[in-house]
Design a protein around this ligand. Structure first.
Ligand SMILES: [Zn+2]
Length: 341
């Protein structure tokens, strides 16, 4: 009888333990379910096919966004015959999850690589979604150091890339002869001008699609507080020379081609012209900052960033303070909401 009681007690303890263990994942699932998953609609994203197996997730939000669940930047998806590469998993884990969920609606191929075009939080805050899937995240130059020291204010879960790529890299997504996408590769190249040494582009040669990150803001006033106007002008000239017929997915704004690069270069040339005029006329910074948005750029979104563009032009061109230390000093004075974009 005592043995039976002990056996029943033992069984009860075992069942309780099993029950608790079984309950834990359910609780975890419930916790995750309490935040509704992002949808393309709730994120303000449009899925666009740029070429066979190459997609852009294009954001339409203005800045600053009215809703934190809206994606700020554009994301990219490149599908090969035996793997997928994704670019810039947006600013939150939920939006990063949405990127991977979207891939799953397009292909059964596994994601092999996640690329950050630069360190700014609106492109890297979704990295935890890649880390939780054990996917390698690739970035350039000082991206780890910059994310770990500069992104903590804007990103509660800073997750820097584990693979640092410098120079030019070719990533293969399948080499099965005879398949339409059999030879698909993505070329990663470094360029400069937007984010102090972490900018890179992704180019898909067989599809002639270029993913620029924030080296291109298309029909948007750019974020320049972390960049160098003259370096960015030179980068745009190089991109136009190297990728003349290309379909271009910018970091912000609608899909374009070389025309988008040309218009953005003209915008920077206009800023440069204004700044040289202030230099000749001895204009004070206060007067310079009162300059209205020039006519051709009034339809652009992100108008809230224009005063800072004027200040960057004044500092870097009128005053000639365009060394890395001066740029970083200016960046440090920026309000948290626009620390980097
Ligand atoms: Zn951005």
């Amino acid at each position: 009888m005592r043995q039976l009681r002990r056996w029943v007690l033992g069984l009860l303890v075992a069942l309780t333990a099993v029950g608790l263990i079984a309950l834990q994942p359910r609780l975890a699932v419930q916790a995750k379910e309490s935040a509704p998953p992002a949808t393309l609609d709730s994120a303000g994203l449009t899925l666009e096919e740029l070429a066979n197996g190459v997609y852009g997730l294009v954001a339409s939000v203005d800045f600053p966004p009215t809703d934190p669940n809206l994606a700020i930047c554009n994301g990219g998806i490149v599908i090969g015959s035996d793997g997928v590469l994704v670019v810039d998993p947006f600013q939150t884990e939920a939006l990063g999850d949405l990127l991977f969920d979207t891939v799953a609606t397009l292909t059964d191929q596994p994601v092999k690589y996640v690329v950050n075009t630069h360190y700014h939080f609106d492109h890297t805050g979704g990295n935890p979604a890649a880390a939780s899937r054990n996917l390698p995240i690739l970035g350039r130059g000082p991206i780890r150091e910059f994310m770990l020291t500069r992104n903590t204010e804007t990103d509660p879960n800073v997750t820097p890339p584990e693979v640092i790529i410098n120079g030019t890299w070719n990533l293969w997504l399948g080499d099965s002869p005879g398949l339409a996408q059999g030879q698909r590769q993505v070329q990663i190249r470094e360029f400069d001008g937007h984010s102090g040494g972490t900018d890179l582009i992704a180019y898909i040669p067989d599809a002639d699609v270029l993913i620029t990150g924030d080296l291109l803001f298309n029909q948007r006033i750019p974020y320049l507080a972390d960049g160098n106007i003259r370096t960015l002008q030179a980068t745009l000239i190089q991109l136009m020379a190297d990728y003349p017929l290309t379909t271009v997915l910018p970091g912000h704004g609608p899909v374009t081609d070389t025309e988008g690069l040309t218009i953005f270069k003209s915008y920077l040339d206009t800023l440069e012209g204004l700044a040289l005029g202030w230099q000749t006329a001895g204009t004070s910074k206060e007067e310079a900052l009162a300059t209205p948005v020039p006519d051709p750029y009034q339809p652009f979104m992100f108008q809230a960033l224009f005063p800072s563009n004027l200040e960057v032009a004044y500092n870097q061109i009128t005053l000639g303070q365009d060394d890395a230390a001066s740029i970083q000093q200016y960046l440090a004075t920026q309000p948290r909401a626009v620390k980097a974009l």
